[in-house]
Design a protein. Structure first.
Length: 367
């Protein structure tokens, strides 16, 4: 049995380790926020450039080598993973997707791996023509262009008839969306442009589960408008800061307006979808409360349509008395978009009433 001195030494050692891990967590959060800002700032440029290429491809002769969408027998998949592990399913999900794509017996599939984790696994059973693990050490335009030029040349030389990129598209700090994007030949513009539109989602709020449920249900990069009191909860503070939350002081109208104006400017610089809970706080009775006008004001100022949302089942999902999960399902219903184009600030109350009416219809299954 350990004596008192040994126990004290262990306590001291654990305390020192705790201080080190807390410092590492702060550094990681800062790095993640920096990387997140870079990704979000770059996305509009990437989307616009993709749109320009698609528009150009629709006006070019169909015999152009870069837009000939014929049946592909030889496919090259660019697998993008990390060089290091300890990041949950970040790498394994990408590798599973690549293996799934390679299982197509009608195609001869090869891989070009960016990231050590992907190359280590795929090279065991599949044809990996090249690995570029060092790309992440110096992520510069010149180094990326070198790889792009290589891919274009292989496509022009008809070594491969189709080139795809499989990667994790950033959604938020907790969620990465597995994306399979065709690099060559260039796909024409299609109905998927609708998916690039941004909205203000206005859901009811009856449970702490509403946040993760909306993250999963809405396949977009989201910014949440939340009450500042959430920042006082230690377990939430660091998570919310890196997950794109805008905090509003509900008791200070001037501060709340400043926060919404900041969000308005942010949306104009970097388009994204926003979640605003019109009730302003969580309902303790699972009944709709009075609606605040923040969503309407933000929509008028930004021009983003409002989509009313009704979340059913989240209130009863967690048994607070017995501290356990119930078996009921959570269902998310989306209403018809409310367009606020040409609306004025004076219309904010009518718009807010329209949001509530639409959510009540969803609640009563009238839509």
């Amino acid at each position: 049995m350990a004596n008192l001195k040994e126990i004290r030494n262990r306590i001291s050692s654990v305390s020192s380790t705790m201080q080190i891990t807390n410092a590492m967590k702060m550094v990681s959060a800062a790095k993640l926020k920096k990387a997140q800002d870079a990704i979000v700032a770059m996305r509009p440029y990437s989307n616009k450039l993709t749109g320009i290429l698609q528009d150009l491809s629709s006006s070019i002769d169909s015999d152009n080598v870069f837009i000939q969408n014929t049946e592909a027998n030889k496919t090259l998949i660019i697998c993008i993973t990390s060089n290091r592990g300890l990041c949950g399913g970040f790498n394994s999900n990408i590798i599973k997707k690549c293996v799934s794509l390679a299982s197509n017996k009608n195609q001869e599939v090869s891989f070009l791996c960016l990231g050590k984790k992907g190359s280590d696994i795929l090279s065991k059973k599949h044809n990996v023509i090249l690995t570029k693990n060092e790309i992440f050490e110096d992520m510069s335009f010149e180094n990326v262009k070198e790889i792009a030029d290589l891919l274009i040349q292989k496509f022009v030389d008809k070594e491969f008839e189709k080139i795809q990129i499989v990667y994790n598209r950033f959604k938020n700090a907790a969620t990465q969306i597995i994306t399979n994007e065709q690099f060559l030949p260039i796909l024409p513009a299609d109905d998927q442009q609708e998916n690039n539109k941004n909205y203000i989602f206005a859901p009811n709020h009856s449970s702490f589960m509403d946040f993760p449920v909306l993250f999963v249900a809405i396949n977009k990069y989201l910014v949440f408008v939340a009450k500042k009191e959430l920042k006082k909860i230690p377990i939430f503070k660091s998570i919310l800061n890196v997950s794109g939350f805008i905090f509003v002081d509900r008791d200070n109208t001037s501060d709340a307006i400043d926060s919404l104006n900041e969000l308005k400017s942010d949306i104009k610089n970097t388009p994204r979808s926003v979640v605003v809970f019109p009730e302003g706080t969580r309902s303790s009775s699972n009944q709709l409360q009075s609606f605040k006008k923040g969503a309407a004001v933000l929509s008028i100022n930004t021009g983003l349509p409002i989509i009313p949302v009704y979340i059913m089942g989240s209130f009863d999902w967690w048994d607070t008395k017995n501290f356990r999960k119930n078996s009921n399902k959570i269902v998310v219903n989306f209403g018809k978009p409310i367009i606020t184009e040409n609306k004025q600030y004076e219309d904010r109350e009518n718009i807010t009433n329209s949001i509530k009416k639409e959510i009540i219809k969803l609640q009563n299954n009238e839509i």
